[in-house]
Design a protein around this ligand. Sequence first.
Ligand SMILES: Nc1ncnc2c1ncn2[C@@H]1O[C@H](COP(=O)(O)OP(=O)(O)OP(=O)(O)O)[C@@H](O)[C@H]1O
Length: 585
Amino acid sequence: MSETAPPPEAPVKAPISRLWVYARHHWRLLLIGGILSFAGGLTGLIQPLIAMDVIDTLSSDESLARPLMLLAAVVLVGGALSAFGPYLMQIAGQDVVLTVRKHLIGRLVRLEVSEVDRLKPGDLVSRLSSDTNLLRTVASTTVIGGVTDGFMIIGGIALMAWLDLVLFGTTMAMVVMVTVMMLVIMPRIQNATVDSQKALGDMSSLLERIFSSFRTVKASSAEAHEIARLEGAATVARDRGVTASLWEGLAGVAAWLPINVAFLMVLGVGGARVADGTMDVSTLVGFLLLLFYLMGPVNGLVASLSQLQTGLAAVQRVEDVAVLDAEKPAEATLVPTGSGPARVTFEDVTFRYAEDLPYVHHGVTFTSAGRGLTAFVGPSGAGKTTVFSLIERFYPITGGSVTVDGREVREWPLTELRGMIGYVEQDAPVLDGTLRENLVMAAPDARDEDIETVLKQARLTELVGKLPDGLESAIGYRGTTLSGGERQRVAIARALLRKPRLLLLDEATSQLDATNEAALKQVMLDAAEQTNVLVVAHRLSTVTSADQIVVMDAGKVRAVGTHEELVEIDELYRDLATSQLLAAE
Ligand SMILES: Nc1ncnc2c1ncn2[C@@H]1O[C@H](COP(=O)(O)OP(=O)(O)OP(=O)(O)O)[C@@H](O)[C@H]1O
């Protein structure tokens, strides 16, 4: 994976409509929560009117009990509605996050291998966890809260206009000022949030990089350097977070200041009008209470708009991943998968990993049919591992034909194609979890007897006996509690458990001790009696046991034969056998 590859920044159309796509499945809960919150807000709006009634009652002979009880009831009901409504919307918000996460998980795990080659896993993790979390509030309380606040403001303004047009005009000038400032500030909040989330993604990527090669970092005494890089990324995240907060703070001030100015102006203008008798005291008090009350919705609306920008930034980052190329989920097919060892043919195959990269295969041709062992040898970078990637259809070929059982791999449904293949990668083929979880990963329905059989085949029975909890023992992140040879045999056992018709084995280049090497060779030969085994060979003992050896050099097949034949006819093979392969013995 390229460390320098940029994260995907595909253009995303209208994040707001994408947000709706995610939120619309939960519209009922959102609507009920919204209506309850709105009703709660309405009770706040009518409180000033009841207060006016209380003041008017003071100057009459009527009892205060009725308006006061009404006021108390409105406060209580309003409080209950204002608590329950947002709670329902929070539930809806969590549901929206779950929807987005499921969507992302489905995409991430099915991404094309070529996409993953250029991505940083840490950044993807950050998008799945941190960015989606930002959507929680936005998809729930923000939008509904903003709409509620908007209605409150409209209602409040209408009431103001009804109460007194002069004071209304004074207030409106301030409302226009708030609107203009918001138009300037809001896009800046969104940009700052994208930057800040990107910095978090970078930090996660660095951390992932360190932990994926933790021993190398330590052995290279690179801790201080890595810590400095990580702290640098954390500082960038902090700085960008501060920038986003600055804009959010400015938005708050931009709303608060004009409303307070309006308050003073209404007090001045209203006071003068009360003094010259053109206005009642109760109207002025009602107007001021309304203005005071509107501060809440105005601040709420501004906060909602700020949060919306944050959410839209998150949608943008989530969508960047959602548009990457992914393999299609398995569909039901009627393709007959056959039985017995599968035949593989390469016919004049050309291939390169990307359009801007050089060709890796320049017309590769070979056939591997039936039971037995086919070994691939050649200098490093000759294209041997690539042969396996093309059989597994991790990448599409550029030219020629790759067939399994006579059918082009691109025509096989992926599930069927990969279902008949057991693939053992060269590095770290063991995952975090228990030994059993590792084994049944490719064959979830495997019975205990099957597991026992493959453990025997892979010469692992003794190891399982030694582990504290046998098959249920945790074997550490990437199988760190196992030796290199044991890890390989666990990976082979996993591949054998799915009873493959074709076994692809990328032999480790590292030295194995004699016992492990002999065990591995025997496992391979046993498997070759049952099925078609293709192995990228780095050891002479493997190639001398092979039924057929394919010698590759610079993306071409230069010779095919047995060890004895090739020693006679192929100079490169002779060199390899006597130098590299023998050296690994
Ligand atoms: N994912 C990838 N993206 C781009 N280039 C790649 C990728 N994987 C391999 N290559 C390049 O393709 C060429 C062939 O690689 P391949 O792994 O098939 O060689 P190999 O013969 O298996 O080598 P080795 O014996 O060292 O494992 C190399 O030059 C390598 O740099």
